[in-house]
Design a protein around this ligand. Structure first.
Ligand code: SF4
Length: 441
């Protein structure tokens, strides 16, 4: 097989021919969302495999090739890919790797170079790496991000956010363990089939199913209890990835909480909206800002439509839309703060406390300076306006003790439970006939 090399680095690139011969390994982050995105990639002709390997061996594989002062997300995802290649389960002659490259000022733009270095050190010189980005970085002739692909990927993000949001409001209260998961699996299989056959292409088609999905979740038999709601915010990988955050969502539910996780579409909107902000603050090409504005309106319209369907249905809660979220953030932080998760992280905390989710776990990779600034660094400001905010910052890194992480979270939950009792006494709670929780804390 002919292996083309990039002119600049000499590294092999993913060619047109490889699209038919190579399996692309993709580290998992959000299991539901990624299952949909994988299906869309397959529909576009790629062979893919989402990596779900985890445990100490993954961390060890990461630390073997990446210095421990690098970002924890890089150690984990590179560890997953190197362990997969070294396991012998994948033929290095027919395997490619995919990694995101943000194109921003933070180190995530350079994970790809760490991965390339690790591959060369381990002797996998011929394994190409595909950079997933929309900035035109490290192009691969065999992998193109097209507008139709982006539109389908955004639809996948919306379905993933929708299912995740309702699942989190349903699962902690289910009477029969596993009932909520059955609803998830039913609709996950349904949408995967739709993408496989190419019949799910537009949001208009997709949203017809939302009321049926809500009915299915509402029909799950639930206990009439109230649990303290706990928001999860933080650096994108450790916030979402069960591997990165030691299965934080499961732990919180097992400790008696209802989890609230901001959707991935908010992050996409944040990236798009930054294109508008950049032009305002620094000038630059007007055409780029115009494209960002079009994409922003396209996505916010769909997000608002999704949330309206949830509100009209009346059983489950919907969070604030991105545009409202960004507006309430203006009193806390400037929109020029964009390193790491930037102002979005502060915005997520502000939105949660404004919406009555006073308890927040703020996940951050140890030593992630940008996110410490917009998370831990903003806590006092948030507490000055919302004194009842109960926020705990938890660091994740290869040396962090899971017991210590859980003890910090338990301490926060102890306060959360007391707060919840006080709030329950103060406010009337309505439990609909379906058992869904509708009152705000
Ligand atoms: S945001 Fe934090 S974890 Fe992500 S690349 Fe930057 S320093 Fe690393």
């Amino acid at each position: 097989m002919k292996h083309e090399k990039t002119v600049q680095t000499g590294a092999p690139v993913f060619t047109e021919e490889m699209k038919h011969t190579h399996t692309i390994l993709i580290p998992d982050m959000l299991p539901l969302h990624f299952s949909f995105i994988e299906q869309i990639l397959r529909q576009d002709g790629y062979k893919t495999h989402i990596l779900k390997n985890e445990g100490p061996a993954v961390v060890e594989a990461g630390l073997k090739y990446v210095h421990n002062d690098m970002c924890y997300p890089a150690i984990i995802v590179i560890g997953q890919m190197m362990q997969a290649l070294e396991s012998g389960d994948f033929d290095p002659e027919k395997t490619a790797l995919m990694i995101t490259q943000t194109g921003g000022g933070c180190r995530a733009s350079n994970y790809i170079h760490l991965l390339r270095k690790a591959l060369d050190k381990a002797g996998f010189h011929k394994v190409p790496v595909i950079s997933l980005n929309v900035s035109g970085l490290s192009p691969s002739p065999g992998f193109k991000i097209t507008v139709p692909f982006l539109l389908k990927a955004m639809t996948a993000v919306i379905v993933g956010d929708f299912l995740m949001m309702i699942k989190n409001q349903c699962e902690p209260y289910e009477v029969h363990s596993g009932d909520t998961e059955k609803v998830i699996q039913k609709w996950q299989a349904f949408f995967l089939k739709k993408w496989e056959t190419g019949s799910l292409t537009t949001f208009g088609y997709l949203k017809k199913y939302f009321p049926q999905i809500l009915d299915d979740f509402a029909a799950v038999e639930k206990r009439e209890e109230r649990r303290p709601r706990v928001g999860i915010v933080g650096e994108i990988y450790v916030k979402y990835s069960p591997i990165g955050n030691n299965h934080l969502e499961d732990f919180l539910v097992s400790e008696g909480a209802e989890v609230v996780v901001p959707g991935l579409l908010d992050f996409c909107l944040y990236c798009v909206y930054n294109g508008v902000v950049d032009q305002k603050l620094y000038g630059g090409k007007a055409v780029k800002a115009k494209i960002s504005k079009i994409a922003y309106h396209y996505l916010t319209k769909r997000q608002n439509s999704m949330y309206k369907i949830v509100k009209d249905h009346g059983v489950f809660r919907a969070p604030l839309g991105f545009s409202e979220k960004k507006d309430i953030t203006e009193q806390y932080i400037g929109q020029g703060v964009k390193m790491g998760e930037g102002w979005l992280l502060t915005s997520e905390m502000a939105e949660l406390v404004t919406e009555g989710v006073k308890n927040i776990v703020c996940t951050q990779p140890f030593g992630c300076l940008p996110n410490h600034i917009v998370a831990k660094g903003m806590q006092n400001k948030i507490k000055a306006i919302h004194p009842d905010a109960n926020i705990v910052a938890v660091d994740y890194d290869p040396g962090a003790s899971q017991v210590n992480q859980q003890n910090r979270i338990k301490l926060m939950l102890a306060n959360a439970k007391m707060d919840d009792v006080e709030q329950t006494e103060e406010k009337e709670i309505t439990v609909p006939a379906t058992g869904g929780i509708s009152a705000e804390m």
